[in-house]
Design a protein around this ligand. Structure first.
Ligand code: TXA
Ligand code: MG
Length: 352
């Protein structure tokens, strides 16, 4: 298959390009498109055969359900049985934006999209290209992140090309994603609502809006969660992983920096190419083959924006092992740390 790549203007998406992409969606084929979080791999959410093509292209496990993207609040009524008043409130406050709500599904949503669950995950993205594509297609668009399953999510069209060139019909190139981590997934079928995946909408803001929100215990887990009963199947699959092995170090700043260097040195003795994922404050303290910074320690938005791209860069430089610092859990830091923990396969070292 030849993958067509179209550069699109993010402020004023060109009508002809959006039409051509929408035609592809309507035909039951796949289009990767930019959103404010990461690039998505889109198909007509109501067409089971089209959605099955997503799983094949990504090599995604079949039990991992897919988020449905809509262009208005009204669109949700075609997908969900009921919209609780708390969900309505969150839509008013956070949509369009990086918040996915899990609701009871209508029967007509294909099992291919829900992974056979009786719930559906819905979000309205704020990216103009994404919104234009959904509107022009006239159908809700099912879209997981546009990477091969298990790889870091793509924040540029180039990342999508690295993973999916020749496997999908089209990529809309809208430059780099603003937020850089995926949406927050919030389960509205339980009370209080529970965050299944931390993401672009910070926990603190949801707490302020709702008064009470729970974090699924696996989010801060130091170990892989028991697989038997996870509410979000995505939780149990290997994720966000660069090809290199990643070791995550947690602790107070001084102890952490010392530990990171110690591990890097001992890995170096095993004649490995060693990378360090640092922050602006610490980057000049280290010596290793490749050293990269997520940004200022207090700037969780920049860590989120840089994370996935940096993990891919370590791979390009053929690093064998990445030793990563932790960042504070505030704001988008919770999402960043959740991705780092998963990427490490829970190889987490306590510095103190
Ligand atoms: O920002 C994002 O959310 C991006 C962009 C493209 O919108 N999409 C994305 O999709 O990250 P994906 O498929 O990579 O992650 C979807 C997550 C998975 O962890 C999945 O298990 C969970 O949402 N999920 C989907 N439907 C669900 C449901 N009905 N109940 C619980 N979790 C669900
Ligand atoms: Mg994903």
């Amino acid at each position: 298959m030849h993958t067509i790549i179209l550069k699109v203007n993010c402020e004023k998406p060109e009508t002809a390009k959006i039409r051509s992409a929408a035609q592809t969606i309507k035909k039951g084929r796949l289009v990767a498109f930019p959103t404010e979080t990461v690039y998505g791999l889109g198909a007509d959410a109501m067409n089971a055969e089209a959605v099955r093509r997503i799983y094949a292209a990504k090599k995604r496990p079949l039990d991992n359900p897919i988020i449905i993207h809509v262009a208005s609040k009204q669109d949700v009524l075609q997908l969900a049985k009921e919209v609780p008043s708390k969900a309505e409130k969150l839509m008013d406050l956070f949509w369009p934006g990086p918040l996915t709500l899990v609701l009871k599904a209508l029967e007509k949503v294909p099992d291919a999209t829900t992974g056979g669950l009786d719930t559906v995950a819905v979000r309205m993205p704020s990216h103009k290209v994404a919104l234009a594509l959904i509107r022009e297609s006239g159908v809700p668009i099912a879209a997981p992140s546009a990477n091969l399953s298990g790889r870091p999510s793509p924040t540029t069209a180039e990342h999508v090309k690295q993973d999916l060139d020749g496997r999908i019909e089209m990529i809309l190139d809208g430059g780099s994603a603003d937020i850089g981590v995926e949406s927050t997934v919030l389960d509205m079928t339980v009370d209080p609502p529970q965050i299944l995946r931390p993401g672009g909408t910070p926990y603190e803001e949801l707490l302020e809006a709702l008064g009470k929100v729970e974090l699924h215990p696996s989010i801060l887990a130091r170990k892989r969660t028991r697989l038997a009963k996870v509410p979000s199947p995505g939780m149990k699959h290997r994720h966000y992983a660069p090809k290199a092995k990643l070791i995550l170090v947690e602790g107070t700043l001084e102890a952490m920096v010392k530990k990171v260097q110690q591990i890097a040195d001992s890995r170096k003795k095993a004649e490995r190419k060693v990378g360090i994922l640092a922050t602006d404050e610490t980057v000049s303290d280290y010596s290793a083959d490749v050293i990269k910074s997520l940004g200022k320690r207090t700037d969780s938005a920049s860590a989120a924006k840089n994370l996935f791209g940096l993990l891919r860069e370590f791979d390009e430089e053929k690093v064998d092992v990445i030793v990563a610092e932790s960042v504070p859990l505030e704001g988008l830091g919770l999402a960043v740390m959740n991705r780092l923990r998963k990427a490490s396969g829970y190889k987490i070292v306590k510095a103190d």
